[in-house]
Design a protein around this ligand. Structure first.
Ligand code: F6R
Length: 255
């Protein structure tokens, strides 16, 4: 796992966009996250599309998760969110931007088959929850799980209430890619910014691999990159080494 510590959330977004753009140029299958963390990276990708001609025409995309009970037209569904924040502003074909079906969760497993049929995900962008979740694999999730229904942890409901008019409007259930589904992506790119993520970042990078911190499965992945800002890195014991290793990184070695 490569851990990259940058000064600001803006720098995290720019570096993430650099990595994603490399895949976009190859016509890759992209794994997309929603939430606040990737917004800076998406903004930069949209800018590169509009100002520098970065084309997504040969790409397709799979979302990580979806709320149960919110249809694609609901503004807080992840289907609508990713269109508003990214895919409506680039030249990716809308039918090739897929998300789990929050209105018919009984067929959640079909999502894994769709990803496999598309040749798998080349790069999966991830945020992390304050409780260590990735996708919506809450603490206690099976490390071998596929796409399925999960109940949100009360802490996640509280964290996500900011996107809704009231905490009572936050759905309690979701369909999420499982930890094994996420682990099959060829490159995992996890971003975290802000002091609220410091504890989760320490647990996922330096703690034991444990269902209690689902994001710690990244430690088993052959190509996982974690990009964090100073605040999110503030509890990392080995931070000095990560900074040193990134400074010494040979130019020919890609992230
Ligand atoms: C969203 C997702 C979640 C978020 C996480 C962090 O698709 O899968 O795991 O990445 O909850 O959310 P933010 O970025 O809003 O702090």
């Amino acid at each position: 796992m490569e851990i990259i510590i940058l000064d600001t959330p803006e720098e995290v977004g720019l570096l993430a966009a650099d990595v994603m753009a490399r895949y976009v140029e190859q016509g890759a299958t992209l794994g997309l996250a929603t939430g606040s963390t990737p917004v800076g990276a998406y903004r930069e990708l949209v800018r590169r599309h509009k100002e520098e001609g970065l084309s997504f025409a040969n790409c397709r995309a799979f979302l990580l998760d979806e709320y149960i009970g919110l249809g694609p037209d609901h503004p807080q569904s992840y289907h609508a969110t990713i269109r508003r924040e990214l895919t409506d502003h680039i030249d990716i074909e809308d039918a090739l931007v897929q998300s789990p079906n929050g209105l018919d969760p009984r067929h959640a497993h079909d999502y894994d088959r769709a990803i496999t049929a598309a040749g798998g995900i080349d790069v999966q962008l991830l945020g992390v929850g304050t409780d260590g979740h990735i996708g919506f694999n809450e603490p206690g999730s099976s490390l071998a799980s596929g796409t399925r229904v999960k109940t949100l942890h009360p802490r996640t409901i509280q964290d996500n209430a900011r996107f809704f008019d009231s905490i009572d409007d936050v759905p309690h259930h979701v369909v999420t890619q499982g930890l094994a589904t996420i682990g099959r992506a060829r490159h995992l790119l996890l971003l975290a910014t802000g002091i609220v993520k410091a504890e989760a970042v320490e647990a996922l990078c330096e703690g034991p691999v444990s269902a209690l911190c689902p994001a710690s499965v990244l430690q088993y992945h052959p190509h996982a990159t974690v990009i964090v800002d100073q605040q999110a890195a503030s509890q990392l014991e080995n931070a000095e080494y990560y900074r040193y290793a990134f400074q010494c990184k040979p130019e020919w070695q890609e992230i």
